[in-house]
Ligand binder design. Structure first.
Ligand code: S3P
Length: 427
């Protein structure tokens, strides 16, 4: 159980652990590159460790796993070997979907599965285009649900028009495209996070971008490099919102990735009237980074929808908490993707925020929240969803009385040390 009580002000300086999306990609591309990739500020969360274990099972040697500095000894595009055991992605959708793209181009057979949540998440969005490229894939429900088995083949390049703005879909196809002769492209309705594209270029790959279409040239000679992973803006989000809504707060959140495909939360917080400044803007391993100084402010409700959604999709649960503390109505629309995350986050947010006394309604594509009602402490479920657990902890900081979060261990999936960091600030 995680116990949280009302806070009187968050003050100090904190550093955010490494970005989850970038840490996964550093292991994967480090494995497919030739030579040594030294990863600094690697996220030691369970999801990224799942990726590392899967690539170890395919013959890649790594040092420092469990610490924030990991060295990957890459063997080149053709260097992976057949895993003797079923690859276990744990709770990580990114591991499953990106790894399937890589497995599609191998000369071996592999099977992959994950936890209960993963076994319910839609995989057809990647297995269909990968099958179109020539991979043989088997799984439940016609190869759309894990456990999945895949026999890599000689792939043919495709031009794929995706119906969802999903970096996992885009990345899976681009990674399979590395194993094709010629150009593979993916076009999506709205541009999703572009960490794969940035890191592929950083390792020496060749890509072209034209609007929301990305094209990768197959069979590049990727070279291992030193990667410094920026702090995860999706983890920083909990503290950015917390310091905005807890009165008397002034918090310096250091080392936050501010990639423009991920920074929707900053735009929304600004619209809501939050007070923050970006300091010390710089670039690390091809990704923009800043420190963010945030102070408490009175927030107002906003409408969030359209093209910004993929830029803040993982931050919606905590933005819902900000909305509960804001004056007036907040509507979140065009966010159907929330239904297929670690849990159905529309339902989870409605259920849990209601327990705090928040006026919140489910919409077919999002949420409506009427802010301004004082929150009362609640007993919450995590749904084994790390972002739900941390969002409810943030709500607990502004609720009267005690908030208890059940099954908070899922927080380790993306943010080991979250509880200690929060306790250190509220003591
Ligand atoms: C991720 C992409 C997003 C995001 C997830 C991480 C990635 O998922 O929600 O937490 O690392 O590519 P979708 O691709 O399903 O939108």
């Amino acid at each position: 159980m995680l116990h949280v009580t009302k806070a009187s002000g968050l003050q100090g300086t904190i550093s955010i652990p490494g970005d989850k999306s970038i840490s996964h990609r550093a292991i994967m591309l480090g494995s497919l590159a030739r030579g040594r990739t030294e990863i600094h500020n690697f996220l030691t969360g369970e999801d990224c460790l799942s990726t590392a274990r899967c690539f170890r099972a395919m013959g890649i040697e790594m040092e420092g796993l469990g610490s924030t500095t990991v060295t990957v000894h890459g063997k080149g595009l053709e260097g992976l070997t057949e895993p003797e055991e079923v690859l276990d992605v744990g709770n990580s959708g990114t591991t499953m979907r990106l790894m399937l793209g890589i497995l599609a181009g191998q000369r071996f057979f592999a099977a992959a599965t994950g936890d209960r949540t993963i076994r319910r998440r839609p995989m057809g969005r990647v297995t269909r285009p990968l099958a179109e490229m020539g991979a043989k894939i088997w799984g439940r429900e016609g190869g759309t649900l894990a456990p999945l088995a895949i026999q890599g083949e000689n792939l043919r390049p495709i031009h794929y028009q995706s119906t969802v703005a999903s970096a996992q879909v885009k990345s899976s196809i681009l990674l399979a495209g590395l194993y094709c002769d010629g150009a593979t492209s993916v076009e999506e309705p709205v541009k999703s996070r572009d960490h794969t594209e940035r890191m592929l270029r950083y390792f020496g790959g060749s890509l072209q971008e034209d609007g929301n279409r990305v094209t990768v040239t197959g069979r590049p000679d990727l070279q291992g490099r030193k990667v410094t992973v920026p702090g995860d803006i999706s983890s920083a989000a909990f503290f950015l919102v917390a310091a905005s809504i807890v009165p008397n707060s002034e918090l310096l959140v250091q080392n936050v990735g501010i990639n423009p495909t991920r920074d929707g939360i900053l735009e929304v917080l600004e619209d809501m009237g939050a007070g923050f400044e970006l300091l010390n803007q710089r670039e690390e391993s091809g990704e923009p980074v800043a420190d963010i100084l945030v102070r408490s402010s009175s927030l107002k409700g906003v409408t969030i929808g359209g093209d910004i959604i993929p830029r803040l999709i993982d931050e919606i649960p905590v933005l819902a908490v900000a909305a509960a503390m804001a004056e007036g109505e907040t509507v979140i629309k065009d966010a159907q993707e929330l239904k297929v995350k670690e849990t159905n986050r529309i339902v989870a947010v409605v259920n849990e925020l209601s327990k705090f006394g928040v006026q919140v309604e489910e919409r077919p594509d999002g949420l409506r929240i009427l802010g301004g009602t004082p929150l009362k402490g609640a007993r919450c479920q995590s749904y084994h969803d790390h972002r739900m657990a941390m969002s409810m902890a943030v709500a607990g900081l502004v609720a009267e009385g005690e908030t208890v979060i059940e099954n908070p261990e899922c927080i380790n999936i993306s943010f080991p040390g979250f509880t200690e960091l929060l306790k250190g600030l509220t003591r």
